[in-house]
Write a protein that binds this ligand. Structure first.
Ligand code: ASP
Length: 325
């Protein structure tokens, strides 16, 4: 793949399929997120900023379980987790963020070169945000009351999940992986967690190497699904390890065999399910060299990808993808 080429892949969660009307609501936002990331790359903003632009579109949309659309927890409050990683090795991960519609933008401002940090969002940090200049509040989508974070769609989905006879865990976490024109890889994931989550519960999203990972020498990944299963099966870790193995034996393995990456994802999702029946997840991945790929073992996954350069788009798609179709 030429170094001037860009790759963007996004997801808006993996889980149950709602219905066609629901897909029609979500799909335009998947396209808008791709457009936002792509236009930033074309404008020379760099992969990291482009990733945040794409994530912010989905965080600002009530149909996705991140930022404004986050599911309330068992006490009706929104607590969000977010993680960003650079393929050069730095990361920032925030747990229990409150009262901002764009946790990814907040996280980006806390990502310092050479200083990886996983942080619980404390009352003191929140007070600092409340005292900050309007410019920052606007940038992070700060809201004054907890109620303003409860989107009608998220409330309804949470209520449906509560009354569902099955173990409906909901879906809608968002993620983005980008390889920019310089071959740098960035990955980010943002979530409100599972609907009606127990107070203080944290899933895979903010765990580097589980919900999100990037390494310029291997690739980048964002995961979604049952966080507890994703963590205990080491799903993302095995995927990255397999990618590393393939690249070590043949640096072009993901370009010479277009299915190789998807096969890795399918194999690891299968292994996860064999060990933990009922475990559902979806992954988006961009390798160091080669096309992005996604896979999921749930009923549906909200995804989009675009590949090309300033000269034009060579591949793009965005959809609520359904298993077996
Ligand atoms: N993985 C997220 C969590 O467990 C939820 C999701 O992706 O839908 O918090």
């Amino acid at each position: 793949m030429k170094s001037s080429e860009f790759s963007v892949i996004i997801h808006g969660g993996a889980g149950g399929f709602v219905d066609d009307a629901d897909s029609r609501l979500k799909e335009p936002f998947l396209k808008a997120a791709l457009d936002a990331g792509w236009n930033a790359l074309l404008a020379g903003e760099g992969g990291e900023r482009a990733m945040i632009r794409a994530m912010m579109v989905l965080e600002g949309c009530e149909y996705f379980d991140a930022g404004y659309g986050s599911y309330p927890n068992e006490h009706g409050k929104v607590f969000m987790d977010v993680a960003l990683m650079r393929g050069s090795g730095d990361f920032i991960s925030l747990v229990n963020v409150r009262k901002v519609k764009y946790p990814s933008a907040l996280a980006l401002d806390m990502l310092r070169p050479g200083r990886s940090l996983m942080r619980v969002w404390t009352d003191r940090m929140h007070a600092g945000l409340e005292d900050s200049a309007d410019e920052f509040k606007e940038r992070y989508g700060y809201v004054r009351t907890e109620e303003e974070m409860i989107a009608p769609y998220a409330l309804e989905s949470g209520q449906r999940a509560r009354s569902a006879a099955s173990q409906n865990k909901g879906s809608g976490t968002i993620g983005c992986v980008i390889r920019d024109g310089e071959g740098r890889i960035f990955a980010g994931t943002s979530t409100g967690g599972i609907p009606n989550k127990p107070d203080g519960r944290v899933g895979d999203t903010p765990i580097i190497g589980s919900g999100c990972f990037a390494d310029d020498q291997i690739g980048g990944l964002s995961a979604t699904g049952h966080g507890e299963v994703i963590m205990k099966s080491l799903l993302s870790g095995y995927v990255i390890a397999e990618m590393r193995g393939r690249l070590a034996s043949d640096a072009n393995s993901f370009t010479s065999d277009g299915k190789a990456l998807k096969n890795i994802l399918d194999r690891e999702l299968g292994a996860m399910r064999a060990k933990y029946p009922g475990g559902e997840a979806g992954l988006i991945v961009i390798p160091k060299i080669g096309m992005p790929a996604f896979s999921f073992n749930s009923e549906a996954m909200n995804v989009g990808m675009r590949v090309g350069s300033a000269q034009g788009i060579s591949h793009e798609e965005w959809k609520v993808a359904r298993a077996g179709r």
